[in-house]
Design a protein around this ligand. Structure first.
Ligand SMILES: NC(=O)c1ccc[n+]([C@@H]2O[C@H](COP(=O)([O-])OP(=O)(O)OC[C@H]3O[C@@H](n4cnc5c(N)ncnc54)[C@H](O)[C@@H]3O)[C@@H](O)[C@H]2O)c1
Length: 419
């Protein structure tokens, strides 16, 4: 059987892509190294928030199959690589999955195929890392025998307004012809395509988008630290500044940044800059500020407990919302982990409540999960609102007997303290 598309890496990026392609009528297959992911999908179960079991059932009904056999990529006209690009133990880019996927795709590469990298990485990855692996493994030449492109994913988990189809997509190719093939492919299910000059520009554009968020979050975090020191209400400052109809994009301070992108992607840029002998000062300054925020939240919490006459060792704190953003189940790199660790290091008993996250660990130790919000509040001296999931009822939060430290600037009331 041949296919229009083979998606390599069926996670938060690859699975929604496969769903969009299936819905547009493309025959789609998926390859993942995880047997659990493959089995689950073939049995109609989704492991990705925002993709329902019913969605997967529709995909399977449309002919979608997942497999851990990488050779299926050789049966597709287009292969899109969506594998993780995390950090190694030393905090530097780990392109192991991209290399492994490229080698696997190379083995089945045929003339005329289009290979697209969607994984986020530093500029030069497509040309300097993926291209040689594909060429050496296949004996074919990119731009001559097969087409090679880079197109960054802009998926925003939990966003109900923008999905793959209506979010403009940046597309690039190693040659203009490669870009043309990539445009023809994505044009089948994405409304607006933006063609960049080359793959490096597209790779850099993705890093700029996420670094922009990172640096601006760091800026408002530092404003919050300054306001805390000087007795200024940072939330009112943000409210006032946000009324400017031009030239100001609002960001909110918080306990830190999380997820697979915002804390990670700037590290890719920093590593590439360092390799080029370029010191990216904004990145180091932002990293410095953002990494202080969990400890700032811990300090505020311990201070509030002290105001109540509670020693940390006698106190119970419940973390509300340990996912890295509202209304998602993804807790990767969540700042809830360093907040929990900091509190535990001071002897505090820490629990959590999150309707989306069934288990959560900090420093390798699982936190006790409380299933119901009223029970979570009733059993704590202090609740810390880390993410404001829309299912959180503000009245329940603010009328609870325990104190509330609100890091999102949403709540008000006698027992509420804002970050
Ligand atoms: N999650 C997001 O919101 C988001 C948004 C934009 C871009 N990205 C980028 O997209 C890429 C993928 O991220 P994700 O969130 O989907 O990751 P993920 O961890 O959710 O999924 C990746 C999948 O790839 C599989 N995999 C790993 N190595 C493989 C290999 N060699 N061959 C086949 N499958 C392999 C894993 O088993 C996993 O199922 C990353 O570069 C990430 O930075 C993510």
């Amino acid at each position: 059987m041949t296919a229009d598309l083979a998606v390599v890496g069926l996670g938060h990026v690859g699975l929604p892509l496969a769903r969009a392609a299936c819905a547009a009528g493309l025959t789609t297959i998926g390859h993942d190294v995880s047997a659990a992911v493959v089995t689950g999908l073939n049995e109609g179960r989704s492991h990705v928030g925002g993709v329902t079991d019913a969605d997967v059932a529709d995909m399977v009904a449309a002919g979608f199959r997942a497999t851990d056999d990488a050779s299926v990529t050789g049966r597709a006209d287009t292969v899109v690589i969506c594998v993780p690009t995390g950090l190694g133990a030393d905090g530097t880019p780990d392109l192991g999955a991209v290399r492994a996927a490229s080698r696997a795709v190379a083995r089945g590469l045929r003339p005329g195929m289009l290979v697209v990298l969607e994984s986020t990485s530093y500029p030069g990855t497509t040309e300097d890392v993926v291209r040689p692996l594909l060429e050496e493994g296949s004996g074919l030449r990119a731009g001559t025998d097969f087409h090679l492109a880079y197109s960054p994913e802009r998926i925003d988990p939990g966003n109900r307004q923008f999905g793959i189809g209506n979010t403009p997509k940046v597309v690039s190719g190693c040659t203009p012809l490669c870009a043309k093939h990539a445009v023809a492919f994505y044009g089948r299910f994405v409304e607006t395509l933006v063609v960049s000059r080359g793959t490096r520009e597209a790779e850099m554009a993705k890093l700029l988008e996420n670094t922009y968020r990172y640096v601006n979050i760091a800026l408002v975090d530092e404003v919050a630290l300054f306001c805390d020191r000087t007795g200024i209400d940072v939330w009112d400052v943000l409210h006032c500044a946000s009324t400017k109809p031009f030239g100001f994009a609002p960001f909110r301070p918080g306990a830190g940044v999380g997820g697979h992108c915002i804390p990670v992607d700037p590290r890719y840029l920093a590593a590439k800059a360092e390799a080029e002998g370029f010191h990216f000062r904004m990145l180091s300054a932002a990293h410095d500020v953002v990494s202080r925020m969990p400890e700032h939240v811990v300090g505020r919490a311990v201070g509030l407990l002290g105001d109540m006459g509670k020693a940390p060792e006698e106190a119970t704190v419940v973390l509300l919302g340990v996912a890295y953003k509202p209304d998602v189940a993804d807790a990767r790199e969540s700042p809830a982990a360093p907040v929990a660790s900091g509190l535990r290091a001071r002897g505090v008993t820490v629990r959590y409540h999150d309707p989306y996250v069934p288990e959560f660990a900090a420093d390798g130790t699982f936190l006790e999960r409380v299933d119901s919000l009223p029970d979570a509040l009733a059993g704590a001296d202090l609740a810390i609102l880390l993410q404001y999931h829309t299912s959180y009822d503000m009245t329940t939060l603010t009328r609870a007997d325990c104190a509330l430290l609100d890091t999102r600037g949403m709540a008000s009331g006698a027992r509420v303290t804002l970050l």
